[in-house]
Design a binder for this molecule. Structure first.
Ligand SMILES: Cc1cc2nc3c(=O)[nH]c(=O)nc-3n(C[C@H](O)[C@H](O)[C@H](O)COP(=O)(O)O)c2cc1C
Length: 181
C-alpha cells in the first residue's frame, strides 16, 4: 500500500495547548483516584495511570506541578490507587472538582477505607485497589511522573471499568464485553 494523504484532517499546532489536549484526550483510558493518607489526606482523579513493570511491580501516575496532589506526593512515602468501576463517574467528578473540601472532609462524599498496608484511602466498590510505596520521581515537563512499587493489591471480580475518552465518561457496551484477540 502506498502512503496516502490520511483521513482528511490536516496537521495541528503542537504549540496550542487546546489542540494538544484534544488529541491527547482522544486516547481512551480508565480512571483512577490517587490517594495519600496520613496527616494530609488527599485524593485526585487521574487518567495518566499506567502499569510499568512486573518485576518489580511498578505503576506510574503523572501529576501536574500545580496540583495540590503534587505537593502531597512530593512528601509522601506511600500512595493508593483506586481503579474506578463503571458507574463511578460521580466519584471521578468529585475528585477532579477544584471546589471540593480539603483534607479528610473531601472523602465524606464517598465510601472508603484506609488501605491495610499504607493507610491511603481506598474507594469502596472500585474495580481494583493498589497500595504503593514511592519508588522514583521523574521530571515530566509541567507534570511529574511518580512511580510506585505495588505492595498490596485487590480486585473485585466481574466488574467493568469506568472509561474516559474524548472528554467523556463511558462504559463498555454489553455486547462488546468479549475480549478482542
Ligand atoms: C478524567 C480526568 C482525568 C484527570 N487526570 C489527571 C492526571 O492524570 N493528572 C493530573 O495532574 N490531573 C488530572 N486531572 C485533573 C485533576 O483531577 C484536577 O485538576 C484536580 O482538581 C486536582 O486536584 P488537586 O489540585 O486538589 O490535587 C484529571 C481530571 C479529569 C476530569
Amino acid at each position: 500500500m502506498r502512503p496516502g494523504s490520511g483521513s482528511g484532517a490536516g496537521p495541528t499546532d503542537v504549540t496550542d495547548p487546546g489542540q494538544l489536549r484534544q488529541i491527547f484526550g482522544s486516547f481512551a483510558t480508565g480512571i483512577t483516584v490517587v490517594t495519600v493518607g496520613g496527616d494530609a489526606p488527599h485524593g485526585m482523579t487521574a487518567n495518566s495511570f499506567a502499569s510499568v513493570s512486573l518485576d518489580p511491580p511498578l505503576v506510574l501516575v503523572c501529576v501536574a506541578d500545580d496540583a495540590l496532589m503534587h505537593k502531597v506526593l512530593e512528601a509522601a512515602d506511600h500512595f493508593g490507587i483506586s481503579i474506578l468501576a463503571a458507574g463511578q463517574d460521580q466519584v471521578a467528578r468529585h475528585f477532579s472538582d477544584g471546589s471540593r473540601p480539603q483534607g479528610l472532609r473531601q472523602f465524606d462524599a464517598v465510601r472508603w477505607r484506609p488501605g491495610p498496608a499504607t493507610g491511603a484511602p481506598l474507594i469502596d466498590d472500585a474495580l481494583a485497589h493498589l497500595e504503593c510505596a514511592m519508588w522514583r520521581r521523574y521530571d515530566g515537563g509541567d507534570h511529574t511522573i511518580f512511580l510506585g512499587e505495588v505492595v498490596r493489591m485487590r480486585r473485585r471480580p466481574d466488574q467493568d471499568a469506568l472509561l474516559f475518552a474524548g472528554g467523556r465518561y463511558a462504559r463498555l457496551a454489553p455486547h462488546r464485553r468479549e475480549a478482542v484477540a
